[in-house]
Write a protein that binds this ligand. Structure first.
Ligand code: WTA
Length: 609
């Protein structure tokens, strides 16, 4: 890239080949964003065109009203049949990778779709998917989309209880899961968790995928007609954490999501015919939905999925994979970048990164030093870095500089995507009408929560993101972090409220508070403060509290520390002052404690830490 002052720009060579290289696109889009998105949407294949681009009855809105399409038809009809669609790299180094061409993947999707139909799945039915990073997760999701069933993927490392809560909310009657998968050399028994998780749910049929064997749909017919979906029909539900204990089911629709997935990928990752894209996210998270699966496939390029973690069995596994499969675009979280940095540059020197031409980050703020390290060592000062801001709710990326336009500034996501209007009000990032086609339409079965969470802070025409942000003189946006009780641990979205309610289920715990503290690698890490009733030893109590979190949520929410305390600092009205606990830990100025009902609790906790 070319550095001018504190800003970076793409090279002429990159610009020349990029889909977008002229900043005029922003002007064109902002003149009439609806018209702009309509123009983009026309590139998709529609069974029937829409009547109205955007309809707004605040806070509710619709896109492409009356249009009919199917996302899988948009993937498979256009794609070059013999081109590679999916490359799968298993965790065991001695196991062979699998490669699916577009035509092979399509056949598998149709077989699975026919099987789902056979067991009674109909258009509009919710289907739970509890699968690890194996090709079948892609096949199962696309099969649902093929027949108009609504997939709801649950991250495979979530606990049985977390699975249960989500299945209960969707009312799914079918769950697709697998026998096992590998994690850091261990065989994980997924079906055992699944069997426990379906108790007390409506699931009547479990479709069991064998990681290394025949699948239940193997003998089905390999062609299946696409369901004709209304643009505003549900495409999927994906649960995410909010401030309260209960996860929210974000509802995404068929038309808007497809448009946003197609175009954000094409312009932000500059997908071209020969690209091999590696997005490291698990399909259990939104990044995996949109950028491991839908976006690269809608763009007809090869997407790579890796079963394991980037540093197993050796710290250079990620670099080996980039070299082995000739990855051209690499998209990961800042946590991974900080981990690569910790392992050192020698790893990179050993592997060929010549094919890499573009890098991306997502999921948490990236600090300047990690950005520069990524830029110098992985990108060899050549690759643009797209720092992409978005959320489960937005369905696709909304803020980032475009790689062929720039400018890039470390720690700044950049400009809103063409056609998106963002603003910062009192330090809070908001999105203004007409929002974006992929923005969520609701929280499943919870309209009240939808209004409260997103449409009440600045009136019902402004989408509230729950992120703090700042805009610099060039209009570049820097996202600072959540302003609610959500923390990002290694890029994973976790609710401290959800952790607290998991701990509070323990009969011997009278109350608790969980807060996020800065962590050098993971960005943030949770710590828990617990008040317990007498009876058990302190060590035992700590162990049990951790166990309740593991059982309630899963290993991603493992607290860094558990403190047993006599009392938690509270206001006179009884509100726990989590902010004070956090400040105590990071040794920040505590400010005025006179409003506390029990200021003495603060001193005691201070001694403990
Ligand atoms: C954070 C992940 C800074 C943010 C796609 C947001 C970011 C939350 C960035 C959503 C970024 C995501 N810079 N922060 N580039 N991208 N975030 O729903 O706090 O898992 O609200 O979606 O991640 O997390 P979620």
């Amino acid at each position: 890239m070319i550095k001018k002052g504190e800003l970076y720009y793409p090279t002429e060579e990159f610009k020349k080949k990029a889909w977008v290289n002229d900043p005029k696109i922003y002007e064109e889009a902002s003149k009439d964003p609806v018209k702009f998105w309509e123009k983009l949407a026309k590139e998709l294949f529609w069974f029937k065109p829409w009547k109205k681009g955007f309809a707004h009855k605040p806070p509710y809105f619709k896109w492409f009203v009356g249009g009919k399409l199917n996302i899988t038809e948009n993937i498979f009809q256009k794609a070059d049949k013999n081109k590679v669609a999916l490359i799968w790299e298993p965790e065991p180094v001695n196991e062979k990778s699998k490669v699916f061409t577009y035509s092979e993947l399509f056949k598998e999707v149709c077989r699975c779709a026919n099987y789902l139909k056979k067991i009674g799945v109909k258009k509009g039915d919710r289907v739970g998917i509890y699968l690890p990073m194996i090709p079948e997760v892609v096949i199962a999701m696309l099969a649902c989309a093929r027949i108009g069933a609504v997939h709801s993927v649950v991250f495979s490392a979530f606990s049985p209880n977390a699975l249960k809560v989500r299945l209960q909310d969707t009312g799914a009657k079918v769950l697709i899961t697998a026998d096992s998968y590998y994690r850091r050399g261990q065989i994980m028994n997924l079906i055992k968790n699944a069997q426990e998780g379906i108790k007390e749910t409506k699931v009547k049929k479990v479709v069991l995928v064998r990681r290394s064997g025949e699948n239940p749909w193997q003998k089905e017919n390999d062609s299946c007609k696409p369901a004709v979906m209304d643009a505003e029909d549900m495409q999927f539900i994906l649960y995410t954490s909010g401030s309260t204990g209960k996860p929210k089911g974000c509802v995404h629709t068929c038309g808007g999501y497809a448009v946003q997935a197609l175009w954000t990928g094409k312009w932000i990752f500059d997908f071209h015919d020969k690209d091999v894209f590696w997005c490291t996210s698990d399909p259990g998270w939104v990044t995996g939905h949109t950028y491991t699966i839908y976006s690269p496939l809608l763009n007809g390029i090869a997407t790579l999925m890796f079963e394991g973690v980037p540093d197993f069995p050796t710290p250079d596994r990620w670099a080996q994979i980039i070299e082995k499969h000739g990855v051209t675009i690499f998209y990961t979280a800042p946590t991974a970048i900080r981990m690569f940095e910790k392992y050192g540059e020698d790893i990179i020197k050993k592997h060929g990164f010549e094919k890499l031409r573009l890098l991306g980050t997502v999921g948490e703020p990236i600090d300047e030093s990690a950005w520069l390290w990524y830029y110098k060592n992985v990108g060899k000062e050549n690759c643009p870095i797209v720092d992409t801001w978005w959320q489960t709710e937005t369905g696709g990326i909304l803020i980032t500089s475009l790689p062929g336009v720039g400018p890039f500034k470390p720690a700044f996501a950049g400009l809103p995507f063409p056609g998106v209007k963002a603003d910062v009000k009192d330090g809070n990032l908001v999105i203004l009408p007409p929002f974006a086609p992929g923005l969520l339409r609701g929280i499943y079965k919870n309209p009240k929560k939808y209004l409260e969470t997103y449409w009440s802070q600045y009136g019902n025409k402004v989408y509230f993101t729950s992120d703090g942000a700042a805009i610099n003189g060039n209009g570049l946006i820097r996202v600072i972090g959540r302003v609610d009780d959500v923390i990002k641990v290694a890029g994973h979205r976790i609710s401290t409220g959800e952790m607290e309610s998991a701990i509070n289920k323990h009969p011997d715990i009278s109350e608790c508070a969980v807060v996020g503290i800065p962590d050098a690698i993971k960005g943030e890490a949770p710590i828990a403060f617990i008040v317990f009733k007498d009876g058990k030893s302190r060590e035992q109590m700590k162990k049990e509290a951790v166990d309740y979190i593991l059982r309630g949520i899963g290993p991603i929410a493992l607290p860094k520390e558990v403190y047993l305390v006599e009392d938690l600092p509270k206001t006179r009205s009884g509100k726990i002052m989590r902010r004070i606990l956090r400040k105590l830990f990071i040794k920040e100025e505590l400010g005025d404690l006179s409003t506390l009902a029990n200021p003495e609790s603060v001193d005691k906790i201070k001694k403990l830490i």
